[in-house]
Design a binder for this molecule. Structure first.
Ligand code: ATP
Ligand code: MG
Length: 240
């Protein structure tokens, strides 16, 4: 593996995802550098979730190549792909996806459990402290507010120390203040821990936390904005 390949957290080359006649992704080529925070914006149906699913190995593209840490996912069988995803990727979904019958701690450590990995107690403590859930570990998701559930889902994504965190509208259901807290945590994960972060959002304020914003339209990347401000993002968005 070349040094250049390892400097790239995730790269896509001519990736297409077709559902019948619909090209949800249409020949996308992009590289996410290690330690970068990228926001992805675009109208509903423009292919953002599909982009995330293909880039993270959750879904297989119809055509093209996806590499995570220089490894070509297309060359891996199902079991190896699952393992690579488990070890290197963290997800935060809009719908939280917490297990209702498990308490907060069990939910957070589930990815370790699934990977047969012992939790590192000091890292677990650190993650739980950072998301502000130290006094909620024995609560079930139904006993938490929406923002607390979102933060538990974030802790679950960070606990394996993944190379890349993918987040699909993680602040969509939150009030502005809680949304800001979650964004600050994500920003810290990049600045302090050196994580690579890809965030899908409809919110220009959220996108402005990123280093750069990608704009998607009809399955294609149509623009990139480096050093975004909320106003600049809003203006670009309106002309999409
Ligand atoms: N499993 C599927 N089967 C068929 N079509 C699909 C499937 N998943 C997505 N699509 C289509 O692909 C296109 C892109 O969908 P995608 O979910 O990636 O959009 P999105 O940008 O995430 O939209 P939103 O902002 O509404 O979440 C849409 O036209 C959608 O209908
Ligand atoms: Mg979506």
């Amino acid at each position: 593996m070349t040094a250049e390949a390892t400097a790239q957290a995730v790269s896509l080359e001519s990736v297409t995802k077709a559902y019948g006649a619909v090209r949800a992704l249409d020949g996308v080529t992009w590289t996410f550098p290690r330690g970068g925070f990228t926001a992805v914006m675009g109208p509903s149906g423009s292919g953002k979730s599909t982009f995330l699913h293909c880039a993270s190995g959750l879904d297989r593209p119809s055509e093209g190549t996806v590499r995570i840490g220089g490894v070509d996912l297309g060359r891996l069988g199902e079991a190896k792909r699952t393992r690579l995803r488990r070890e290197r990727i963290g997800f935060v979904f809009q719908a939280f996806n917490l297990i209702p019958s498990m308490d907060v701690e069990q939910n957070i450590t589930l990815p370790l459990e699934l990977g047969g990995i012992e939790a590192d107690p000091s890292w677990l403590n650190e993650v739980v402290r950072r998301v502000g859930l130290s006094d909620r570990l024995r609560h079930r998701p139904s006993e938490l507010s929406g923002g607390q559930q979102q933060r538990a889902a974030l802790a679950r994504a960070l606990v394996t120390r993944p190379d890349v965190v993918f987040a699909d509208e993680p602040t969509g259901a939150l009030d502005p203040r809680t949304a800001r807290e979650v964004l600050r945590l994500l920003r810290e994960a990049v600045d302090i821990t050196g994580q690579t972060l890809v965030l899908v959002t409809h919110d220009p304020m959220a996108a402005a936390w990123a280093d750069s914003v990608l704009f998607l339209s009809q399955g294609r990347i149509v623009d990139e904005m480096v050093g975004p401000s909320p106003t600049a993002v809003m203006n670009r968005w309106e002309s999409l």
